[in-house]
Design a protein around this ligand. Sequence first.
Ligand SMILES: Nc1ncnc2c1ncn2[C@@H]1O[C@H](COP(=O)(O)OP(=O)(O)O)[C@@H](O)[C@H]1O
Ligand SMILES: [Mg+2]
Length: 541
Amino acid sequence: MDDHIHIHATPPDSADCPPTGGYCRTHELNIQLLAALYAVSRALSRSLDYNDTLQEVMRVLHDEAGLTRGLISVVDPETGKLSVRSIYTPEGPISDDTQYGPGEGIIGQILEKPRTIKLTRVADESRFLNRQPVYHPELPFIAVPIKVGGSLQGVLAVQPEEPDDGLIDERAQFVEMVANLIGQNLRLSMDVEQEKSSLVEERDLLRRTVRHQFGFDSMVGRSAVMRRVFDQARLVAKWNTTVLIRGETGTGKELIANAIHYNSPRARNALVKLNCAALPENLLESELFGHERGAFTGAVEARKGRFEQANGGTLFLDEIGEVSAAFQAKLLRVLQEGEFERVGGSRTVKVDVRIIAATHRDLEAAVDMGDFREDLFYRLNVMPLFLPPLRERIEDIPEIARHLLGKIGNDQKRKLALTDMAQRRLANHEWPGNVRELENCLERAAVLSEDGRIDVELIRFPGSRERPPARPSRPASLPEPALPSPGATEAGDADLSERERVIAALEQAGWVQAKAARILGMTPRQIAYRIQTLNIEVKQF
Ligand SMILES: Nc1ncnc2c1ncn2[C@@H]1O[C@H](COP(=O)(O)OP(=O)(O)O)[C@@H](O)[C@H]1O
Ligand SMILES: [Mg+2]
């Protein structure tokens, strides 16, 4: 808004306007009221907190419009009564919490019938309920309804500082305009309030969803090791204890960190994550601790770091094993003192943050090698949680696979199912990429599946370091597979023929037929039959 609007009074022709004439006084008053109206509109536009602005409007009316006494009351949505929000006297604002019911006094009359009431002298009016000692009996009185979209929201009542001068109509018109502006402002702040509360509702709903999504329900696995990890995580979630999550990539470290945060008393506040391996040292520092304006080239604004963003909540420091010695020292200080300075700043910032760190590194070895500070290690290692690699809990694979297929199926809006052969193939893989690899493998398979049925030939391990041992160890004397597998379309591990599958299983089982049969889900008789029909030369040890 333009701060410099000047309202110039054009002096009216002196013949038309004798110094004591009505026209000239009206004119002067209108000029004064116009300036006051402008000040009111500015006061209203300054803030959306209407308790503040109402007070400010009353001040403007008092200082600039010669309406030295006045009050604003607003309809209380619960009682339907008008309750006083702001009162001004010639001496300044006073506080009051009077309420007016319908028909109670002049103001109560407006509640019954929203219209402007003008009195040239209060004392002449018998209806005037003298509840408000602020009113002067000798002065005129103007009360106007404040409406929002046709419904009464309040009443603005004022008294000019002088006894009636014949200009009450002009003043009443001005007060109506002010009430109009207040009404518009009220509508705006009501809209904002409503928007705010619907945003809060949405936020809470999202939080509940997130909580469910990232709760312990989202993690499956019934192996003894995993059950123990879940129990420990559940217990430690309640406290502010620092947690160090260990495990190979893809074992669910981040998932556990989520579950701990969303089941902790900090769940209502932020979970902020930072992958320490993802950023170069200098960026990492400003990312974590924030920076002041001008701290370095490009730092045009001051910025909060992740530590400050996580205040009251949890900070997840992923790949903590990857940070340099200098950075470890800085981290140690925050962990010890809970305080730090922004980059380029001298003010000490204090935060209340719970730390969950994760690493795939062998930190004890790193400490022995002098790569990781021992004191930092002990600070972090208050509650260690170890996530075993998937290959050490193969009993979890079917359940995790089912869970992941459910998730993928949800996205694809169809039902997905693994055949027994496919399941066995999953159980026999090494999973160097752990659950993440399993997830990717299933997603690929699901994409390739026409009807939602995932058979063994769709389970592929592209770029896998570990290959089914069939091909390299096949006795060189054997001819190429005689029977092409039915679904095979292209060459590769995924299209192992039946013959190769049996050989692979035998290799894996150390050529113990009964064991190979179990891997393939066959009976010993079935495998013996296949060894014969597929012309497999049985190795003897
Ligand atoms: N026990 C589990 N149950 C279900 N999904 C899991 C489990 N463990 C890991 N995942 C999924 O595997 C993927 C990798 O997990 P993540 O937590 O990112 O592993 P990390 O942080 O150890 O590399 C994620 O998509 C995660 O949802
Ligand atoms: Mg991770």
